[in-house]
Design a protein around this ligand. Structure first.
Ligand SMILES: [Zn+2]
Length: 772
């Protein structure tokens, strides 16, 4: 389906929505009271906007005035958008009549790059852009406002809008799984509608090389294919494979088509050609480019592989420069992304050629060898008039001079780079990685791991508060990334991307003071039917039930259930039955005074919406009691209050659900004071063992008890934690009375060689110390 069809359907859907609201609504957008926008339903939220009570109707005399210099043809892309909005081909004229739409470019009237001013009155629409992009974005706003009813038109308004950040990005990985050209164009079209202006195309990786390079035909015949693919999540051991050859690549003609398609929509496509790591697919075809000489095979599962390009071999640079030469002819972007992430140094350490190169160039260690590698490629690209972007690991051996850093492992890489006055794009994994789960409900399609709901991406602030005003200006933008390990279909990819990318679009475009999550949701809900009619299959889980754990004055646990769905009534049960309209209503939380499973469903207008929420709550002796913790959990895995260790809720295998306590390289020692001497029959806890996430079981776990809080007696210890996932430890005790319960878990310390994150600190993950 062509983009015109998508936009057409989109407009059809907005018709109904806009018509039902057009008449009475007069709300000011951009006022600080964050009123819910009812009339101007635009994402990302404009800088300033207000309705004026007028309404523009298209009719047979409506003419289109294009900017001076534009060919007087409605076939121009502006004309195409306008014709769709109007529902008819408009006459293109040089002079206005009584009913017209005028497009113009005026950098004096609109001072900000990519900005626009849009005015809709009874007899005209005027869209003025600072530049081409600004005019295009004015048309995108108009598209979102269009009423495509019997009398097509637009609600009267005035909008003055411009973006906050110059880089508003989305990354698509096509190495792990690739998607049809038509799907990519469909997504680019939607990204443009939401004012995303950068599409990073992750074209090469261990699991497949996806771009045709004519000089190296084996990249097409060997590197583009893998023998088979892992089934299920990589954390599930042993690994099982599907036995089916998988692969393909984009021809240079297809690449050109996509780059042009995006350019027409003011989206720059930045290619990512990974180096020095994530290179296994290329090495499979050209083994002489690796340190050992191979043989190598295109990877069939997900992870980090030790075999990387050998910088000690001059042929490596010849190969990469030849590859880049062809890439540069296809991508006019100023920036070329060279990867630079997750490059193990073990092969370089053992390779005589690499070691000689280090000696000859006075490089102290393999990190400096990586910097040498990146700097050489940077110089090459600079000589061709391009700049490099790399992931934050390019900081490891010192930044090469003009590099832009994409901060993905966290915010610290971005902070370090900005303080060294390098440009930065913020893409921190835990806030903007759209391969994370977006729902804590059971039954989600397999995802990489972790939990990133729409609200979390929306509330992310790309400028870290520690930066001073001088450093802040190096933060050029923000980007959300879709990695495709578990996205083996177009539909699965869409589910992960949409609507979360719209939250990214708003944090990237809208002024910080304009951001309001409930307001965003109100606009999003209105756009969902239109998106679905465009053939998109977005996730619709953002109104699902979330919970908070509280305590009432009697010491009982109160689980508060909430949904952002307007007018939602939450019905729940605790007897295992499915909640219905006659089940209890959760008004003031669910009071828990025994172990139970809460099941809940959101009802709206008497009808259930969405899936069933389910949560097990433990009501043990420790719940609500004082906890003293000797060591501090790391920021990423800190529920905030030590008492969350005994809040009755266990951490789930979506590890960043806010329940787990994580200790990086450090031990856990915590004491629960039960207040009085009590008989204790069971002490237990959960340990999360996910080596693929650097989460390691303790070398020893001990429970101790005390009557006075001074002298402790060990009552149980354990050294084996066989489950790859959550290990539940339960010590059954006899004739024990105690007031204090202590848990000591000894951290693994350093991650062993050969494991993910080798040499780094092991993360000890513990939650819910339960005492019965
Ligand atoms: Zn080597």
């Amino acid at each position: 389906m062509k983009w015109l069809n998508y936009v057409f359907i989109y407009l059809m859907c907005f018709a109904f929505i806009a018509r039902t609201e057009a008449a009475a609504v007069k709300k000011i957008l951009g006022s600080s009271d964050s009123t819910i926008v009812q009339g101007l339903n635009i994402i990302p939220r404009p800088f300033k906007a207000e309705t004026n009570g007028e309404f523009f109707h298209f009719n047979k005399t409506t003419v289109l005035l294009l900017p001076p210099g534009t060919p007087l043809s409605s076939g121009h892309i502006y004309g195409q958008y306008v014709n769709l909005i109007a529902g008819q081909p408009l006459l293109v004229k040089k002079h206005a009549g009584s009913n017209y739409i005028k497009l113009s470019i005026d950098p004096l009237l609109v001072p900000s790059n990519e900005g626009y001013v849009l005015e809709v009155r009874n007899n005209f629409i005027a869209v003025t852009g600072h530049d081409d992009a600004g005019l295009f974005y004015g048309l995108q706003s108009l598209t979102q406002l269009a009423d495509f009813g019997e009398k097509p038109g637009i609600m009267g308004c005035k909008i003055d809008d411009h973006p906050r950040f110059a880089h508003r990005g989305a990354l698509l990985d096509v190495s792990r799984h690739l998607f049809p050209v038509a799907a990519i164009e469909k997504w680019i079209n939607i990204l443009a509608l939401y004012k995303i202006n950068t599409f990073q195309w992750h074209l090469t990786d261990d699991q497949g090389w996806r771009i045709e390079i004519k000089k190296y035909p084996k990249l097409q015949t060997i590197s583009a294919y893998r023998d088979e693919t892992l089934i299920g999540h990589k954390k599930e051991l042993p690994h099982v494979f599907d036995g089916k050859r998988y692969g393909g690549y984009y021809t240079q003609d297809e690449v050109k088509q996509i780059v042009q398609y995006a350019a027409d929509r003011h989206i720059t496509v930045i290619p990512e050609i990974e180096m020095p790591g994530h290179a296994l697919a290329a090495l499979a075809a050209y083994p002489e480019l690796g340190c050992t000489g191979g043989p190598y095979k295109t990877a069939t599962f997900w992870g980090i592989f030790n075999d990387v390009y050998c910088p000690g071999n001059e042929q490596t640079f010849t190969f990469l420069q030849n590859v880049l030469d062809e890439v540069l002819t296809l991508f006019p972007s100023k920036y070329i992304h060279i990867g630079g992430d997750e490059c193990p140094k073990v092969r370089w350490h053992e390779c005589p050629k690499c070691q000689k190169l280090m000696l000859d160039n006075h490089l102290k260690n393999e990190n400096e060898l990586q910097t040498y590698f990146v700097t050489r490629i940077e110089k090459y690209l600079n000589s061709k008039g391009r700049q490099i972007i790399g992931w934050d690991e390019i900081l490891e051996g010192g930044l090469s001079p003009g590099a832009t850093v994409m901060s993905w492992t966290g915010e610290s890489g971005g902070i370090a780079a900005a303080s060294q006055h390098h440009d930065v794009i913020m893409t921190p994994e835990k806030y903007v990685y759209m391969d994370y789960y977006q729902s804590l409900y059971a039954g989600e399609q397999t995802a990489a791991g972790g939990y990133l709901p729409l609200s979390k991406i929306y509330n992310y602030e790309p400028i870290p508060p520690v930066l001073n005003t001088d450093e802040e200006k190096y933060i050029k933008g923000v980007q959300a990334n879709v990695w495709s390990e578990y996205l083996d279909s177009e539909q699965k990819a869409e589910y992960m991307m949409f609507p979360r990318i719209f939250a990214l679009s708003e944090i990237a475009w809208s002024d910080k003071t304009q951001r309001n999550y409930n307001d965003f949701l109100a606009r999003l809900r209105k756009q969902m039917p239109a998106l679905k009619k465009m053939g998109l299959k977005p996730a619709n889980v953002f109104d699902e039930i979330t919970y908070t754990v509280n305590k009432n004055p009697d010491g009982k646990t109160v689980i508060d259930l909430a949904s952002t769905s307007p007018g939602a009534i939450i019905h729940y049960t605790t007897d295992g039955s499915g909640p219905g309209i006659n089940s209890a209503v959760c008004n003031n939380g669910v009071v828990v005074d025994t172990d139970e499973i809460i099941k809940a469903v959101v009802f709206s207008n008497g009808q259930p919406i969405g899936r069933t929420f389910q949560k097990r709550v433990m009501f043990h002796k420790g719940v609500g009691k004082k906890v003293t913790m000797v060591s501090q959990p790391v920021a990423n895995f800190n529920p905030g209050d030590p008492s969350a260790l005994v809040n009755g809720i266990e951490g789930s295998n979506l590890y960043n659900d806010g329940q787990w306590f994580g200790f990086g390289g450090a031990d856990l020692e915590a004491v629960v004071d039960l207040g009085t001497l009590q008989p204790i029959k069971t002490i237990g806890t959960d340990i999360l063992k996910y080596h693929w996430q650097k989460m390691w079981e303790p070398t020893n776990l001990t429970f101790l008890v005390s009557t006075d809080g001074i002298s402790y007696t060990p009552v149980y210890s354990q050294q084996d934690f066989p489950v790859n996932g959550i290990n539940t430890i339960k010590a059954e005790l006899k004739d024990i009375k105690a007031r204090f319960v202590k848990i000591i878990a000894i951290n693994k310390g350093t991650i062993p060689e050969g494991e993910y994150g080798a040499g780094g600190k092991a993360m000890l993950m513990v939650d819910e110390l339960f005492i019965y």
